[in-house]
Write a protein that binds this ligand. Structure first.
Ligand SMILES: [Zn+2]
Length: 298
């Protein structure tokens, strides 16, 4: 095996004990004051694994596998939702609305699982702000999005009384806003992962799409919201029509922007997933070698 990675100077004191706060990469235990050639008193992971910095190739490989699997599920669900969306248009007459709705709910459950896996906390505690993290914002918005689905179904199924409709619309607007914040937070999370690869190009792309895609989705949210309000509050009223017509001019450029930025996002996720799987492989062999130094290297 090649030379042991060296800790930064000033990392350890004269006795060889860690002189700064270092969290165990496996359980986030503070290893300060312990010797670098020892093991974590909490979980037994070699301390040397935790003193090499924040790069993903030194992170817990099991966690990296989860993140990569989450990204894979998200990407698959993008493909599935395009196919299902296309089929739904073709088969609209054959499928009952209830069945179509159940299908889309099932798809969002699977996506939910993918995003949840992707945002598993790093067991090494890296990127975990004591207050709130992008990761947690993504998860909160995910739950809100799932819970708001039945409300949207209610809106679509019947034409409830005006008072009820107002409440439902308010809930949908709130859920849409939370969803936008969640999209924004996802890109912050992607950017952080990209920096830990490290891949500055991917990080830049994530930073660009953070604004580009969120603003485009926001425009669609506003258009959709005004449409619903116009239809729900003044059904059949001619007064609402000019506003809807003016919005129509916005829809086409927004649609083009949405397609372009969505393709860019899928490309970003494909590259990110590939890079993280690669880092997981490297991390696994590093960890295997550190936990069991006698084992032959592959
Ligand atoms: Zn530990």
């Amino acid at each position: 095996m090649s030379a042991e990675p060296q800790a930064a100077p000033g990392h350890v004191d004269a006795q060889g004990a860690l002189a700064i706060d270092v969290q165990c990469k496996n359980c986030a235990y503070n290893l300060r004051g312990l010797r670098e050639d020892g093991r974590c008193p909490e979980c037994g992971t070699p301390i040397g694994l935790s003193t090499r910095g924040d790069l993903l190739c030194y992170a817990n490989p099991d966690w990296l596998d989860k993140v990569a699997l989450g990204l894979k599920i998200i990407l698959y669900m993008v493909v599935v939702s395009i196919i299902v969306g296309g089929l739904a248009v073709v088969l609209a007459k054959l499928l009952s609305p209830m069945f179509a709705r159940s299908l889309s709910f099932l798809a969002s459950l699977i996506s939910f699982y993918g995003v949840w896996l992707m945002t598993e906390p790093d067991p090494g505690g890296i990127g975990e702000d004591p207050n709130i993290t992008a990761r947690k914002v993504v998860r909160i918005s995910l739950v809100v999005g799932l819970v708001s689905q039945p409300v949207q179904a209610l809106m679509a199924v019947g034409s409830p009384r005006r008072g009820v409709a107002m409440i439902l619309v308010a809930i949908i607007i709130a859920a849409t806003l939370v969803g936008l914040v969640g999209e924004f937070a996802k890109f912050i999370y992607y950017e952080r992962l990209a920096r830990r690869i490290p891949d500055e190009m991917l990080a830049k792309r994530a930073r660009f799409l953070k604004w580009a895609l969120t603003i485009t989705l926001g425009i669609f949210g506003i258009i959709g919201g005004i449409m619903v309000l116009a239809r729900g509050l003044a059904p059949g009223s001619a007064a609402a029509l000019p506003a809807v017509g003016a919005l129509g001019c916005l829809v086409f450029p927004a649609l083009i922007a949405l397609v372009v930025f969505s393709i860019m996002t899928v490309t970003l996720l494909v590259r990110l997933r590939r890079a993280i799987s690669e880092q997981a492989r490297v991390a696994r062999s590093t960890w295997a070698a550190a936990v069991n130094p006698a084992a032959p290297q592959t």
